[in-house]
Design a protein around this ligand. Structure first.
Ligand code: PAF
Length: 284
């Protein structure tokens, strides 16, 4: 039977009991509104860990003032059914006040170049919120393993950074992007898309596919690969580019040619809905 915990104290007591029994604990942090992409995280965790804890928490500290915190989809009942079907052991579903009680004033700030580019350039407080909540979730659940999707590749880089810098005893697992049959990367925000917008959103994966094909045919010049993506996105009237960028992966350093793995990452607005996608070129 899957257990649901809403307080830090209950969650900690469960984790302490599992630790005492020598269990390996896996954590899948989510903001709920779960889709097949999340399920790939759950399955990876289920295959590797004795106990799998999913957190479902729409984290207010990672949303900027003009972002979609209030409108972010919340579907806890449906989420629980999906998690139960995957054999998840426990769900942590706190209220914001439980995670950030009155007087709360401690944040984990990954203050390097890696948080200032790509999504960090447009969303200045985003990664501070992510690093803070993920650190708290790791501590509360006593996770040995934590699972994140490649769709948020920069988030994975940031999590690696603070886990290493703060000597947290957690191993990070990156799970490949899960796509709809059309190629669209699965995202909780896809439900905002009208049918026409969903069709237009295919330009993200199509443009990355073009660049990947060019790379496989020998194109390693970063500016040329970025241009292939931008030119392709500009053919879609509903799409507006937020960024198209390519950095080394996982260091996220500027490069001019791809020799080692490079992260080709994009953020595109389809009307008002901002979507991200990426491909890692040259991964072994
Ligand atoms: O990727 C997400 O859904 C969130 O950023 C995370 C990791 C659950 C932290 O709130």
């Amino acid at each position: 039977m899957m257990q649901i915990f809403r307080t830090v104290q209950e969650m900690q007591a469960f984790a302490a009991k599992m630790k005492k029994e020598g269990k390996i604990i896996g954590l899948c942090p989510t903001m709920g509104s779960l889709h097949e992409g999340h399920m790939t995280l759950m399955r990876a965790a289920r295959a590797k860990c004795d106990i799998v804890i999913a957190s479902v928490f729409v984290n207010p500290t990672q949303f900027g003032p003009n972002e979609d915190y209030d409108a972010y989809p919340r579907r806890f009942g449906e989420d629980c059914k999906k998690l139960e079907a995957e054999g998840i052991d426990a769900v942590f579903h706190p209220e914001p006040e439980e995670m950030y009680p009155q007087g709360y004033c401690t944040y984990v700030n990954v203050d390097g170049d890696i948080t200032h580019k790509l999504c960090g350039a447009q969303r200045p407080i985003h990664f501070r919120g992510v690093a803070t909540v993920v650190t708290k979730l790791m501590n509360i659940t006593r996770a040995d393993e934590a699972f994140f999707g490649q769709k948020d590749a920069q988030q994975v880089v940031v999590v690696h950074r603070f886990v290493s810098d703060l000597n947290l005893p957690v191993h990070i697992n990156m799970v490949p992007i899960c796509r709809e049959p059309s190629g669209l990367a699965r995202s909780s925000r896809n439900i905002y898309l009208s049918p026409a917008e969903k069709e237009a959103a295919l330009i993200l994966s199509k443009s990355l596919k073009k660049a990947k094909a060019a790379y496989e045919n020998g194109e390693t010049d970063v500016e040329s690969l970025k241009k292939i993506v931008s030119d392709s996105i500009r053919t879609e009237p509903l799409a507006a580019i937020d960024y198209v960028d390519l950095f080394s992966f996982p260091a996220l350093e500027p490069i001019t040619k791809i020799s080692d793995p490079g992260l080709l990452a994009i953020a595109v607005k389809i009307n008002k809905i901002r979507l991200i996608d990426n491909v890692i070129l040259g991964a072994k």
